[in-house]
Design a protein around this ligand. Structure first.
Ligand code: NAG
Ligand code: ZN
Ligand code: ZN
Length: 418
């Protein structure tokens, strides 16, 4: 009987364990990655997702809280190469066993602790009193119009203050921070001065042992020399969506200077349009340098000869900002007036709206306005000049334009010239 009960019990425990293992999601999946993910991918995934699911941002949402804890667990294991190797080979169980073995590097962190290693602020979003928020950082970046049209993804290196990885923001070589014994962590001590026999004055002073910090470290971290933070270039992934406007602000939440004393402010990139460069690089040699943008529309100047403007029968192939060709042209006999503007619908900038990121259709795209410039020949061979002169003379009395009508001046009407 005893034996049977024991057997049933252990069977139940095994079942429970199996269920636990089944319920636990794969660490890579939790971070939205696969096994080939690089160290950088893992860091980046944790940074992004932990902000999104932080309980401070999802008050009362238990599933977000769970996710936040899971993210920390997954990051903890996959960010260390030893535990990652063990996990890849033996799964969670292997990692558990390794931890129980007590080897260094296996200790599990408080998820808020881990978060504060990335963003400071004691793991919180600085809404609560006592959680200071660091300053925002703003940078202007100049991009060619082509990037605004096509969209672009790139990495930007920005130097900023980062919480020291080596000591995890403690400033201490062994990561231990001890409470000051002189002031018991208050940072202040009371000193009594005797003014007269039996008469004391109490003065509160900064503790000299810990310099008012209340905390002390035995040996400063060799990387940050006890400063707890270092200045470092950090890669930031920037995505320009097609049709974004200049002056647009890309906000990277909590990606500004970090410090253990505050929650990092926002990094803001302001998009500016760079003056076009006429590139000699054939691959990039589109006519892009000659487009001008106003809002959603593009402007283009096209030059025609007198013959083309007047007699028609011409084509132009404009290479657009993404390399596709927009064809302009007139049939024989079609006149183009100088400075007239042709509207080509749908060939302006793509439609972009922050709310409907992927909702751009052709109707939403702007127009391309083509302004025609007509160049008259200022020199002719003498024979040519005579031919033209004779031609004008022959026809000027029969057909022509009413210049008075066009100039909108009242009389006398001038009737001349073809
Ligand atoms: C433009 O392209 C069309 C079709 O490819 C071609 O027939 C035409 O000659 C081109 N025009 C010019 C000016 O290159
Ligand atoms: Zn002290
Ligand atoms: Zn350090």
């Amino acid at each position: 009987m005893q034996l049977l009960r024991g057997f049933i019990l252990s069977f139940a425990i095994v079942l429970l364990l199996v269920q636990l293992v089944l319920a636990a999601e794969d660490f890579y999946k939790i971070l939205g990655l696969d096994k080939s993910a690089s160290e950088k991918d893992i860091k980046r995934a944790y940074r992004t997702l932990s902000k999104k699911f932080h309980p401070d941002k999802n008050p009362g949402d238990d599933s977000a809280r769970e996710k936040f804890v899971e993210l920390a667990e997954a990051y903890e294991v996959l960010s260390t190469s030893t535990t990652r190797k063990i996990y890849d080979q033996y799964g969670r169980e292997g990692v558990e066993q390794h931890r129980q073995g007590g080897t260094a590097g296996g200790h599990a962190h408080d998820p808020f602790d881990l978060f504060s290693r990335f963003f400071g602020g004691g793991g919180h979003f600085g809404h609560a009193p006592g959680h200071r928020r660091g300053p925002d950082m703003e940078f202007r970046i100049g991009l060619p119009l082509r990037d605004f049209y096509n969209g672009r993804e790139f990495e930007l290196n920005i130097e900023r203050q980062q919480i020291c990885d080596a000591c995890e923001g403690t400033g201490s070589a062994d990561r231990e921070v001890i409470t000051c014994d002189k002031c018991s962590g208050r940072g202040m001590v009371i000193q009594k001065h005797m003014l007269a026999p039996g008469m004391f004055q109490q003065v509160q002073m900064q503790c000299d042992k810990c310099r008012g910090q209340g905390k002390m470290i035995k040996k400063p971290c060799s990387v940050c020399h006890g400063k707890r933070a270092v200045r470092k270039e950090v890669e930031t992934s920037v995505t320009i969506e097609p049709g974004m406007d200049r002056g647009m602000r890309l906000v990277f939440e909590n990606e500004a200077d970090e410090s253990p004393d505050w929650i990092a402010g926002d990094l803001v990139l302001i998009l500016e349009e760079k003056e076009p460069e006429i590139s000699t690089d054939e691959e990039h040699r589109t006519d892009g340098a000659f487009f001008r943008r106003r809002g959603r529309d593009l402007f283009w100047k096209e030059t025609l000869s007198l013959r083309e403007a007047w007699m028609g029968d011409w084509t132009r192939n404009i290479t657009h900002l993404d390399g596709h060709v927009v064809q302009l042209g007139r049939k024989r006999g079609e006149v183009v007036q100088p400075l007239s503007v042709e509207t080509v619908k749908g060939e302006g900038m793509p439609w972009y709206s922050a709310e409907h990121l992927y909702d751009y259709d052709d109707e939403g795209a702007g127009s391309l306005f083509v302004e025609y410039i007509v160049i008259l020949p200022d020199q002719m061979e003498s024979g040519m000049e005579e031919d033209f002169h004779a031609l004008w003379d022959k026809w000027r009395k029969k057909n022509g334009v009413d210049l008075g009508k066009d100039s909108e001046r009242p009389k006398p009407p001038v009737k001349d010239e073809l």
